[in-house]
Design a protein around this ligand. Structure first.
Ligand code: NAD
Ligand code: ZN
Length: 359
């Protein structure tokens, strides 16, 4: 698979061949690699063995798991550590982990000596199908998530679906929301495939998983190639379910009560139902989307969250969304399954009334 000028490799067991696969990106007998405690414990040795076969050893920078690693403090420590090690522009830093490790490492690579190389080895389903491809990197600040970052493409992405065997089941479900998203937003055939095979993907059936990751990466690469810096609006379609989802994440305090992907799954149901309310799609199609999400084991009814807030309060969270642009909030709605579009003329009072009915 080709990303924008870089290779994305997907396969079960790829990590065993990481020595050969990364050969062109290693110039010295040591590489700097970033992981969090979980990804390091689960797959660090595999990567070490693979590179040792080529005479390369790894210096690890290991972070605490969780969003906290995408911070100024950790970034500063990482940059100082990389500089101490003499990492140069022509070198590649390895990121072994989920989206947190990938975003942190990618941003460090973007600013280290005004930009050095990096290789993504995503170890969560979400990172394999979403965050490792597309070149967005960022850290979080007091003002919110992902507000400081850069566009910086990796030199190579190695997505070994075998690394997902150690991932907690809830993280599989959360990542799967971003998989079925590609079908709902732009590919009806893939949506139908997901409807039939979603449970196999979350149960880590190797063939289903490999197919799902490959299709997702291709979909994302296609969209990003059309609109790399999110200027024409095409890339915005990837935010399907995210504005509604963001309100749910904000209401639950961005806590483990609701993972990002779980919020996106609910957000896609809301986007579909709101599209039906506006008569862009049939109620029947909205119900099909809801059923497909439910069938994969994801929560599909926001009422089941038992939130004690009003539709107005949920709608108010949306106005703090970073996608706000010159006072309007673009919504990604559906004209059909596989036909998402950007609607910039949404009436927030109507959204609040709609949300009130769904709670
Ligand atoms: P994550 O990196 O926090 O990983 C989720 C959990 O799984 C963590 O506890 C981690 O330690 C653990 N883990 C990782 N790999 C494992 C493995 N193989 N076995 C066992 N445990 C493992 O979260 P995520 O969902 O991968 O990524 C979320 C982040 O990605 C957010 O910060 C989000 O902003 C970012 N993101 C970025 C983009 C982008 O385009 N750059 C897109 C989507 C999301
Ligand atoms: Zn997302």
């Amino acid at each position: 698979l080709a990303g924008r000028g870089y290779d994305v490799q997907v396969g079960h067991g790829l990590l065993a061949n990481a020595g050969e696969l990364t050969e062109g990106f290693i110039r010295k007998d040591r590489v700097a690699a970033v992981a969090d405690r979980n990804s390091h414990r689960a797959h660090g040795q595999q990567l070490e063995h693979a590179l040792a076969a080529k005479g390369v050893s790894i210096d690890w920078f290991i972070t605490q798991p969780g969003e906290g690693a995408k911070s100024w403090g950790v970034l500063e420590k990482l940059l100082d550590w990389l500089l101490e090690r003499g990492v140069e522009r022509g070198d590649h830093i390895f990121a072994l982990g989920g989206g947190v490790v990938g975003d942190l490492t990618g941003f460090a690579a973007a600013v280290l000596k005004r930009g050095c190389g990096f290789v993504q080895i995503p170890t969560t389903l979400l990172a394999q199908v979403d965050s490792s491809v597309g070149g967005k990197t960022a850290i979080n600040t007091a003002a919110g998530k992902n507000l400081v970052g850069a566009f910086h493409q990796p030199a190579l992405v190695l997505a070994d679906t075998g690394t997902l065997d150690t991932l907690p089941p809830r993280e599989m479900g959360a990542g799967y929301a971003e998989v079925i998203k590609y079908g709902i937003l732009g590919d009806r055939t893939f949506f139908e495939w997901c409807k039939e095979n979603g449970a196999k993907v979350t149960a880590r059936d190797p063939a289903a998983l490999e197919y799902a990751v490959t299709q997702s990466v291709q979909a994302k690469a296609r969209i990003v190639a059309e609109d790399e810096r999110e200027t024409t609006g095409t890339r915005a379609l990837l935010n399907l379910g995210h504005t509604f989802g963001h309100a749910l994440e904000a209401e639950t305090g961005f806590s483990d009560a609701l993972l990002h992907g779980e919020a996106v799954a609910l957000g896609m149901v809301l986007a579909a139902r709101y599209s039906a309310r506006r008569e862009y799609i049939s109620l029947d199609n909205a119900a099909r989307i809801t059923a497909a999400i439910d069938k994969a084991g994801l929560r599909s009814e926001i009422a089941s969250l038992g939130l004690e807030c009003s539709g107005d309060q949920l709608a108010a969270h949306m106005l703090h969304d970073k996608k706000m642009d010159a006072g309007t909030l673009p919504f990604i709605l559906l004209r059909g399954i596989g036909q998402a579009f950007v609607d910039k003329q949404v009436d927030m009072a109507d959204i609040a009334a709609f949300l009130g009915e769904q709670l």
